[in-house]
Design a protein around this ligand. Structure first.
Ligand code: MSP
Length: 498
């Protein structure tokens, strides 16, 4: 049994959870389920980023303390993940006492070691992003509310680790995914790498982790938040657990926060003498422009409402099937409806209906016995074997959209097989032969459903339960028990009609 440690970013607690947050978290959940199904020991971490200027301001505006504010707002994330069937192992909040103590311990250690120093700095500060920026970054135009600030602060000697980081990136092909982003990061660090300002004076911001060596300052939010990836698994506290799960196998995120993860985080780890994560994984953006133009679903406007209206599994399916990892994808209601109707309602839902109707009508709700296989049966079984092994291969190399396509092709093949064999006709003449056809179709329905379980866990479990099977059952042909009684379910993915 091997382990998988996978993380999502810690989302800003002030934000209302949206489709972008949902995508990364569902992706982490799908990957976790793929690994769990293959009996690996998985630790899936998500959580919220709860300190900083914006939280303090939002709490002030609402006339509540920052602590009450975050305690209330964190529920929106937890409820959303619940609704989307996210099975995380731990939800970390940067206001957790345990996490805060770890951040302080690391700050003390680095201060003692001389990797943190006090200095006066004059530079450009983006109030909206809460960080100092360079002239070049200002010119690129991605930062707002820029002020020139002269201030005494604490700095982390990031520049000291520049060479070591460049060499690590060059030596480890899997460290940054997709590889196309590697050059972007190398371009950033091959230039002069500045030290990182890791404090904020309390006169400006008090909602943060106080520096253990100077109580006039709090810790910069990124320095605080990144440490979650090690504090959550017991760094400095539960060495056994930490050594078991670390290094992280995947830090998932979108490309917006790749630099902080590929530059700040590894240099912080190097300073603490901790091994670097295996892969920092940046997926593309969901683009929403078209959504406002689509009126086809009437009152459904917010993407997360789709989960309420059509079920979380349908949303999970669409997000996983329509984004190629590493590339951007466009979210429109029309695309959602097209994908849902073609794959879930038509190829999958219809197949479930067809098989269950035949079993209830002609076999008294029992899986029929199988007889001799003819050449059409054998050809189908061989085709399914190939599709099943490519689905597993694609899942394991994280080509999730391809693995889904392989699984849906399995259903398409069975639909075609049923049309060729026409069991609704042969039943009148030859019950045993029809039984074999239906056994084969049901068994392949089980295989395809098991393969889709990581993506549509609730619906897949309903189908598997109804035929007395489990998601952890083997996906090779021949497991389904003849003569077992099934529970008839209907219309798992009803067609959406405009
Ligand atoms: N708090 C920081 C992360 C700290 S991690 C130690 C942060 N939070 S965030 O709430 O802004 O989350 C950013 C992440 O949300 C992205 O990296 C991505 O995972 C997800 N997404 C937000 N919008 C997205 C899209 N439109 N498309 C895809 N993913 C998106 O940054």
């Amino acid at each position: 049994m091997s382990k998988l440690y996978i993380t999502t970013p810690l989302y800003y607690v002030n934000d209302e959870p949206h489709i972008g947050h949902a995508y990364t978290t569902i992706l982490a959940d799908v990957i976790s389920r793929i690994y769990r199904m293959q009996n690996n020991d998985v630790f899936f971490l998500t959580g919220t980023d709860e300190h900083g200027q914006k939280v303090q301001e939002a709490a002030d505006k609402r006339n509540v303390s920052p602590k009450d504010h975050v305690n209330e707002y964190v529920k929106r994330f937890k409820d959303t993940w619940n609704k989307l069937h996210i099975d995380y192992d731990y939800f970390i909040r940067t206001t957790d006492r345990k996490h805060m103590n770890r951040v302080k311990a690391i700050l003390s250690e680095l201060y003692k070691k001389g990797d943190i120093y006090f200095d006066e700095y004059e530079g450009l500060y983006s109030v909206s992003e809460e960080r100092f920026i360079t002239e070049k970054e200002k010119e690129e135009g991605n930062f707002r509310e820029i002020k020139r600030i002269k201030e005494k602060n604490y700095f982390f000697k990031m520049s000291k680790y520049q060479k070591q980081l460049i060499s690590h990136i060059n030596k480890h092909d899997n460290f940054i995914f997709p590889p196309s982003r590697k050059n972007e990061i190398l371009g950033f660090i091959n230039n002069k790498l500045n030290d990182l300002c890791i404090s904020r004076p309390k006169s400006r911001l008090s909602w943060g982790i106080e520096l253990p060596f100077d109580n006039d300052y709090v810790t910069y939010v990124w320095f605080d938040a990144l440490i979650n990836y090690i504090s959550a698994i017991g760094y400095g506290k539960d060495e056994k657990k930490f050594n078991h799960y670390w290094p992280a196998d995947y830090h998932l995120m979108a490309k917006d926060i790749l630099t902080t993860h590929c530059v700040y985080w590894p240099t912080m780890l190097m300073a603490c003498n901790i091994e670097l994560p295996r892969t920092i994984f940046a997926h593309g953006w969901w683009l929403f422009d078209n959504i406002k133009m689509s009126k086809s679903l009437g009152n459904v406007v917010k993407p997360l409402d789709i989960a309420d209206e059509y079920g979380a599994d349908a949303l999970r399916y669409f997000l996983m099937r329509n984004m190629v990892l590493g590339q951007d994808a466009s979210f429109t209601l029309d695309a959602f409806v097209d994908r849902y109707n073609a794959d879930l309602a038509n190829d999958y839902g219809n197949l479930v209906n067809r098989i269950f109707i035949l079993i209830s009508k002609h076999f008294n709700n029992h899986i029929p016995e199988k007889g001799e296989y003819d050449s059409i049966d054998l050809q189908l079984i061989a085709d399914i074997k190939k599709l099943q092994s490519s689905a597993i291969k694609n899942y394991n190399i994280l080509k999730i959209h391809d693995a889904i396509e392989n699984s849906i092709s399995i259903f398409r093949k069975v639909n075609k097989y049923l049309e060729d064999k026409a069991p609704w006709k042969t039943i009148k003449k030859d019950k045993a032969l029809t039984g074999t056809t239906i056994y084969i179709a049901s068994e392949i329905l089980r295989i395809g459903t098991t393969l889709l379980f990581p993506v549509i866990p609730k619906k897949a479990k309903e189908v598997l339960d109804s035929i007395n099977s489990k998601p952890s059952d083997n996906t090779s042909f021949g497991k389904l028990t003849e003569n077992s009684k099934i529970k008839i379910i209907k219309n798992i993915f009803p067609r959406i009609v405009d």
